[in-house]
Design a protein around this ligand. Structure first.
Ligand code: ADP
Ligand code: MG
Length: 313
């Protein structure tokens, strides 16, 4: 017997390096008329590197101290930024202290106890308001002015790094900013070609949905030909963006890699996860997984789906 078109399309997708989980998914891939792409780990290689280590003068820390503390808190995290921080500490041969009581908030950052101090590492705009530091803040009420000064200095520093296209990562000790790390991540070589191919296939330029800062996001959109940028999104904001598009009649294909993308991958008409750098949660939640680490497989499977559907109907 000859194989039904959707099954042979699944086999074909497999040869392209994409694991499509069912015939229904194979059929849906070609129905998308909007594509929403995540930034870190999806359009970029997801192997970010620490380029700048800037302790605030008020912290009294050296570059190495700041990096070692950040690496201690980031050690259990699977976020690409966390791996960059840990790798930078390792390559400098730093002794990284052991952390306890680790907790992470997708799209925000991590917090852990290091040597009796609460060390938080994450988004400069989100961390300060979200870290569970209210109790500590009370205890430090006497230092309110110094605290406010450190917050302002860190914000200025982060802004400067973001203007250079860096992702700025704030390090806080006991709720007070101690320094900022600047992280760079290379664009995937096939990012612009993929955006162009998806634009032709869907008739609309793809949308960037990212938790990263608007400055770095705008820069990347200009480099790749993306038409619509939604930056500074938390996981539930990515879901809201997808739902809004689907309410107005669109079928959205979401491509992402992170724990922070899992809710949007689940909410979308179709969710595609990047396999190599992808988090376990994203791989489980997605309808299909890009096993070979090439973004250009996305338009390829959309094309396969369209051809199979023409044979089915
Ligand atoms: P994207 O949507 O581009 O993949 P994420 O939502 O994963 O980005 O992250 C958004 C922002 O949250 C990051 O730019 C960073 O500021 C912060 N962040 C999240 N997790 C971490 C972490 N483990 N370490 C440092 N920063 C983090
Ligand atoms: Mg990501």
């Amino acid at each position: 017997a000859t194989m039904p078109p959707l099954l042979s399309a699944i086999a074909n997708a497999g040869r392209h390096g994409v694991l499509v989980k069912s015939a229904v998914v194979m059929e849906r891939l070609g129905q998308a008329d909007r594509v929403a792409l995540d930034k870190t780990g999806t359009l970029t290689e997801g192997v970010p590197q620490v380029a700048d280590i800037v302790p605030l003068e008020s912290s009294g820390l050296s570059e190495d101290d700041l990096l070692a503390l950040a690496a201690a808190a980031e050690h259990p995290s699977e976020h690409p930024l966390a791996r960059a921080v840990v790798e930078a500490a390792r390559s400098r041969g730093l002794r990284v202290p052991v952390a306890s009581g680790f907790a992470s908030t997708p799209g925000v950052g991590v917090i852990a106890s290091v040597g009796g101090h609460r060390v938080a590492v994450g988004s400069p705009t989100r961390l300060h308001t979200t870290a569970p530091a209210a109790a500590e803040a009370e205890a430090f009420a006497g230092d309110a002015a110094a605290e406010a000064e450190a917050v302002a200095a860190a914000a200025e520093l982060a802004g400067r790094l973001e203007e250079q296209g860096r992702t700025a990562v704030l390090v806080e000790i006991d709720g007070t900013p101690a320094g900022v790390l600047g992280i760079t991540d290379r664009l995937r070589p096939d990012a612009a070609a993929t955006v162009a191919a998806l634009t032709v296939l869907t008739g609309t330029r793809p949308i960037l949905v990212t938790g990263d800062n608007p400055r770095a996001a705008a820069r990347l959109a200009a480099e790749t030909g993306i038409g619509d940028v939604r930056a500074g999104l938390l996981p539930h904001d990515k879901v809201a963006a997808v739902r809004e598009l689907e309410r107005s009649g669109h079928r959205v294909l979401v491509v992402g890699d992170g724990v922070n993308d899992a809710p949007a991958l689940a909410a979308a008409h179709t969710g595609l996860a990047m396999g190599r750098a992808g988090s376990d949660l994203a791989l489980e939640t997605a309808d299909a997984v890009i096993v070979r680490d090439e973004l250009a497989t996305v338009p390829a499977v959309v094309g396969l789906s369209r051809r199979a559907r023409r044979l089915v109907v």
